[in-house]
Design a protein around this ligand. Structure first.
Ligand code: FE
Length: 162
């Protein structure tokens, strides 16, 4: 082990965690058959890192990204209705700003993908008009409500927030 040097005075705390948790309560429900497991909820850059889990034939509603998304498929496969390709286990996906898509899982039982999302998911209608959104703050609020409901407490989310 290297000699430990003092961290810079204003450095924020690191996060080291088992990504796929044993405790089912860490999976926050997002939609039917869709959950996310928060890893980093960054309120300074307006971004988050989470695992997305979809079971059976779940759908993540059509949305637009104003900022980049990076994905790494850990388990299973999924696709976007708007694209011909399929994201399979072990694959990396980059979603550029302006990308509009609807994520579907056709063949369960389960897919898990790590997503690093900047900015927001802007949910859009058939014409591409904004209907609602998710950003780091709506994600935090979903976590607060869920962790409270399952007995972990409203402040449990704080360990993921920077
Ligand atoms: Fe997306």
């Amino acid at each position: 082990m290297q000699t430990k040097l003092a961290a810079p005075a204003h450095a924020i705390a690191d996060i080291v965690a088992t990504a796929i948790p044993d405790d089912e309560r860490l999976w926050v429900p997002q939609a039917d058959n869709v959950w996310f497991r928060p890893l980093l909820l960054n309120t300074v850059n307006g971004e988050w890192v989470n695992l997305l889990r979809v079971r059976k034939s779940g759908i993540l509603n059509r949305h637009r990204h104003p900022a980049p998304v990076h994905g790494y498929v850990i388990k299973g496969s999924w696709r976007y209705l708007e694209h011909a390709w399929v994201a399979r286990e072990g694959m990396y996906v980059f979603e550029p700003p302006g990308e509009i898509h609807t994520l579907v899982v056709d063949d369960g039982p389960e897919m898990i993908t790590l997503f690093h999302v900047s900015g927001a998911l802007i949910y859009v209608d058939e014409q591409g008009h904004a209907k609602s959104y998710d950003d780091v703050h709506t994600k935090i609020e979903l976590c607060r409500r869920h962790f409270s409901a399952v007995g972990l407490g409203v402040d449990y989310v704080k360990q993921f927030v920077r």
